[in-house]
Design a protein around this ligand. Structure first.
Ligand SMILES: [Zn+2]
Length: 154
């Protein structure tokens, strides 16, 4: 478990509030993702072993919805530093050794998206959640300050 620094705690709070309006895939849905992508990275095609926790449920578009239409199976390398904020189609092209492979993987992802289309989450809802998370963070900072003052009292 990572150190429970204030920024880590605030990030967890933000994510837990976001989960309420935009839940992450269930365990069952994750199994569906693994099956659909044949236990292979959707970008580079690397074979992944679920029991070794080699697969990641990547966001096609970072910071967009957590729902299935925006989630694909990915290896650690593709999910990590490599892709970052690059548009997924551009990243995919970079990971494929031929245009044919690229076309196959792209249509597999597009097919996945279209069969799992989800209602679009209103921008207003997400910014409200962001503002609630900021409220908690501000209150948390005040409480941290009170705790620090206690530290100095013997
Ligand atoms: Zn990969």
């Amino acid at each position: 478990m990572p150190a429970s620094t204030p920024s880590y705690v605030k990030n967890i709070i933000r994510r837990s509030l976001r989960e309420i309006v935009d839940p992450s895939p269930s365990k069952e849905a994750e199994r569906t993702i693994w099956e659909y992508f044949n236990s292979e990275c959707a970008y580079c095609g690397k074979k992944l072993r679920k029991e070794h926790r080699e697969g990641h449920i990547d966001h096609l578009v970072p910071d967009d919805t957590n729902q299935l239409c925006n989630r694909v199976l990915s290896c650690a390398d593709c999910n990590g530093d490599e892709k970052r904020d690059k548009p997924w189609k551009e990243f995919l092209a970079q990971k494929c050794s031929s245009e044919q492979i690229e076309a196959e993987r792209k249509s597999k992802i597009l097919q996945w998206q279209s069969t799992h289309e989800a209602p679009v989450l209103g921008k207003g809802v997400l910014s409200k959640i962001e503002s609630l998370a900021n409220d908690v963070a501000a209150r948390y900072d005040e409480i941290l300050e009170q705790a620090r003052r206690l530290r100095n009292k013997k």
